[in-house]
Write a protein that binds this ligand. Structure first.
Ligand SMILES: O=C(CO)[C@H](O)[C@H](O)COP(=O)(O)O
Length: 222
């Protein structure tokens, strides 16, 4: 079973960023989740293309860029040029989701779509074949360190059932409040790419945490 662990940059120690990225890479992490927040779609502000551009030469990890911004189509090329490998947008923030997904596709980056907890998966009914990744938010987006909404496990199962029934190729990603206690439940429900911020990037404990998550993942029988 292949599970991707995607540490969230939001929880990184900004004073020692280069070192943090090196630790992640040395421990086998292949993807870094980068939350972009505009203070409008979500109440918080975080990261822009200039920071991503500066980080790009520091690591070979894939940059998985989650755009929590209104009208993301305005910035997709900018983030692609800055070094994103994967770009994810919210239907709740797009006027024309299909067009926005086509714009991402045209950049050659992988195409992701993310749903807030209150948004049902049915909004994606005609989009499933266009996307490489569906990110189910397991908290309301905007802040790291929030409590996981357990009811989202049912939504993960529902999406996994749609994927299985139709043989779709998209990856199911989850983000928000994932920790050592609940990671097994989200994977059992069907998630295969797990974003973790505050319960992974902890100064002095990051290496131990990664080993713990890798062990938990290895122990899961599906
Ligand atoms: O995108 C988020 C909030 O908008 C996530 O919650 C964040 O990336 C992960 O942080 P944590 O694991 O601490 O919940």
């Amino acid at each position: 079973m292949s599970i991707v662990l995607s540490p969230s940059l939001l929880a990184a120690d900004m004073g020692h960023l280069a070192q943090e990225l090196q630790t992640l890479e040395e421990r086998g992490i292949k993807a870094l989740h980068i939350d972009v927040m505009d203070g409008n779609f979500v109440p918080n502000i975080a990261f822009g293309p200039d920071q991503i551009k500066m980080l790009r030469p520091l690591t070979t990890m894939k940059f998985d860029v989650h755009l929590m911004i209104v009208k993301p189509e305005r910035y997709i090329q900018t983030f692609a040029d800055a070094g994103a490998d994967a770009i994810t947008v919210h239907p709740e923030a797009c006027t024309h989701l299909h067009r926005t997904l086509q714009i991402i596709k045209a950049t050659g980056k992988t195409v992701g779509v993310s749903l807030n907890p209150a948004t049902p998966i049915e909004v994606l009914e005609y989009m499933y074949e266009l996307v490489d990744r569906i990110l189910l938010m397991t908290v309301n987006p905007g802040y790291g360190g929030q409590k996981n909404i357990e009811a989202m496990n049912k939504k993960i199962e529902q999406l996994a059932a749609v994927k299985e029934a139709n043989n779709y190729s998209f990856e199911i990603q989850v983000d928000g409040g994932i920790n050592k206690e609940n990671i097994k439940a989200v994977i059992t429900a069907g998630a295969r790419n797990i974003v973790i911020g505050s319960a992974l990037l902890q100064r002095g404990k990051t290496e131990e945490n990664i080993a713990d998550y890798q062990n938990i993942i290895r122990s899961i029988q599906l």
